[in-house]
Design a protein around this ligand. Structure first.
Ligand code: PHE
Length: 342
């Protein structure tokens, strides 16, 4: 009997088989229980031998069952571990990768070049008051520059008679904010988005500028020219440049100059530093005393130069991008073509 059950237990392939063996052997109506009932018919002498033997048998079968059950659970876990095995050394499935937008790329390039010359980066809000965008920059309410800039005005609630906020039309308001927070002397550039209601191949309602501002006790146009030459050489990766200052007018600079660089367009590609063409790249000048004053800086002790340059425009020039609007179309084929590896 014992050998039979122990043999069956050893063979049992799963817990269900084990359970039916248990019922047949040591269950309430199992074989051992039947034998226990027969004890009543025995003589006391026989019973004294058979009783303990049956109990020992029952114990033995029960512990064999428990041991086998534990072994089955272990085996099941082993099998699961073998089946659900994961090879973490396999190559990942390849996924499409984004590229760096040319505007981000050029902003980085410009920032790095000016950083080498000691300029830090300042930022301001894109929605600004008309005081920062205009008045503080010596553009009073009646000034034609306000109309020329095709300003987007923010709507105010009815009955709110404060002057409206504007979407900044240039990065020059950051000049004032930087003067207020940093004071003089200082050297900063301010890259960022600006807004004007205009749209064609070279104009989009949102575009990017980088402002430059240097204030010290004896800053002059000569310093401005040197800084711009260094910038143009580094940015266009050429050894020499020829800069031309053209007299101009901005309310916030005096004197004011637009800056052209000598170039040629051989076979449609731009070459900087040689040729007979001139390419306008930015507006600049000496910061107007009224602007210094608006920024809380004493124009009797300090002076400075400022310039403003179109980031999208110099990106188009450097990377041969023909249409400004494409920058903002989010066309994946265009982004893959003109974007930069990250
Ligand atoms: N803010 C001017 C513009 O948008 C550019 C500029 C900046 C000119 C600083 C002179 C000095 O067009």
């Amino acid at each position: 009997l014992k050998q039979r059950y122990l043999g069956q237990i050893a063979e049992a392939g799963d817990e269900a088989a084990l359970e039916s063996i248990r019922l047949a052997a040591v269950g309430k109506k199992g074989e051992v229980a039947l034998k226990m009932r027969e004890l009543g018919k025995m003589t006391p002498e026989e019973r004294q031998v058979a009783g303990p033997a049956l109990n020992a048998l029952k114990d033995e079968i029960n512990s064999a069952l428990a041991a086998k059950k534990a072994a089955l659970v272990d085996a099941a876990l082993d099998a699961r571990l073998r089946e659900e095995w994961l090879d973490v050394t396999l190559h990942a499935r390849s996924r499409p990768r984004g590229t760096i937008h040319p505007i981000s790329q050029v902003t980085e390039e410009v920032t790095a070049i000016f950083a080498e010359m000691g300029f830090s980066v300042a930022e301001g809000p894109r929605i600004d008051t008309d005081w920062y965008n205009f008045d503080a920059l010596n553009i009073p309410g009646h000034h034609p520059a306000r109309a020329e800039m095709d300003t987007f005005y923010m709507h105010r609630a009815e009955g709110d008679n404060r002057p409206p906020h504007v979407l900044r039309t240039h990065t020059s308001p950051v000049q004032i904010r930087a003067m207020e927070t940093m004071g003089a002397p200082m050297r900063i550039i301010c890259p960022g988005g600006v807004y004007r209601a205009d749209y064609d191949q070279t104009h989009t309602p949102m575009f990017h500028q980088v402002e430059g501002l240097a204030i010290d006790t004896d800053i002059s146009m000569a310093n401005l020219k040197w800084v711009l030459e260094e910038f143009v050489k580094a940015f266009f990766e050429v050894d020499g440049v020829d800069l031309r200052f053209r007299a101009s007018h901005f309310p916030f600079t005096e004197p004011s100059a637009e800056v052209d660089i000598r170039c040629s367009w051989e076979g449609g590609t731009l070459k900087v530093g040689e040729g007979d063409d001139w390419l306008e790249i930015l507006g600049s000048g000496m910061v107007h005393p009224k602007v210094l004053k608006a920024g809380g800086i004493d124009p009797d002790s300090w002076q400075g130069f400022a310039f403003g340059m179109g980031i999208d425009r110099i990106a188009m020039l450097k990377y041969g991008i023909p249409d400004l609007r494409a920058f903002f179309d989010s066309d994946l084929r265009w982004l893959r073509h003109y974007g930069f590896a990250s």
